[in-house]
Design a protein around this ligand. Structure first.
Ligand SMILES: *[C@@H]1O[C@H](CO)[C@@H](O)[C@H](O)[C@H]1NC(C)=O
Ligand SMILES: *[C@@H]1O[C@H](CO)[C@@H](O)[C@H](O)[C@H]1NC(C)=O
Ligand SMILES: *[C@@H]1O[C@H](CO)[C@@H](O)[C@H](O)[C@H]1NC(C)=O
Ligand SMILES: *[C@@H]1O[C@H](CO)[C@@H](O)[C@H](O)[C@H]1NC(C)=O
Ligand SMILES: *[C@@H]1O[C@H](CO)[C@@H](O)[C@H](O)[C@H]1NC(C)=O
Length: 177
């Protein structure tokens, strides 16, 4: 995993020359689910098409009790006759990350949503978690991935127990010149 992340870091530096008209990308599906309704309610988890190549993501969940211990289990899949595990499978302590953003992959995810969200402070987390009108921006180009359909599946654990899941799929097209 360590070496995969280092590779990701190196490749993303190498690929930052990629210009915005050489790639296109959009969110294609979202599925969320609570494993524990008495702690996490998902009020909204929905994509909305704005134009042919732009969809926005609205997410609203309520944490009914505060939590001071959050781990995200990130898995990335690539669709090849069904979704196949792809490169990323990593668990990161979100509360530590919010104090010191030490993990490059989670930093990448954070940059993608932070401007659309109130999920941007240190622990504890309590109440409504909102992502509103989020769409993929150029930040996604930091990911050194080939053309394809991808899914980022995140399981969110509080005190080591899974509480909810957010599965976000997107299309990424690299136009070869
Ligand atoms: C969507 O298409 C418009 C016009 O064709 C273009 O300006 C824009 O950069 C595209 N956005 C994405 C995210 O590909
Ligand atoms: C998210 O995706 C994973 C991997 O395919 C799957 O095991 C899980 O059931 C999905 N969760 C939801 C809420 O769809
Ligand atoms: C579900 O949430 C409640 C708090 O409402 C908590 O006490 C309980 O431990 C949680 N169950 C699991 C399996 O995490
Ligand atoms: C999120 O959902 C809760 C419960 O339905 C609602 O009270 C709240 O107004 C919603 N927040 C936003 C920003 O939509
Ligand atoms: C977090 O998001 C809120 C709401 O969007 C914003 O007012 C606040 O300045 C943000 N805080 C940080 C540390 O970015």
């Amino acid at each position: 995993m360590e070496s995969a992340l280092r590779l990701l870091g190196v490749l993303s530096v190498l690929l930052t020359w990629r210009s915005s008209d050489s790639t296109s990308y959009k969110l294609s599906n979202v599925v969320c689910g609570s494993y524990n309704q008495s702690w996490v309610r998902i009020n909204e988890c929905r994509l909305k098409a704005i134009s042919r190549n732009k969809t926005i993501f609205n997410f609203n969940a309520t944490f009914l009790h505060p939590t001071n211990d959050i781990v995200m289990h990130n898995r990335m899949f690539k669709r090849e006759s069904g979704y196949k595990p792809w490169l990323i499978n990593t668990k990161v302590n979100s509360c530590q990350f919010m104090i010191r953003p030490y993990n490059p992959f989670v930093l990448f995810i954070f940059k993608l949503y932070k401007d659309f969200s109130n999920i941007n402070h240190t622990c504890p987390y309590y109440g409504d978690m909102i992502i509103k009108g989020m769409y993929l921006t150029r930040n996604i180009e930091a990911l050194p991935i080939p053309t394809g359909d991808y899914m980022l599946a995140i399981d969110w654990l509080f005190y080591r127990k899974p509480q909810f899941a957010t599965n976000v799929s997107f299309q990424f097209v690299e136009n070869l010149i």
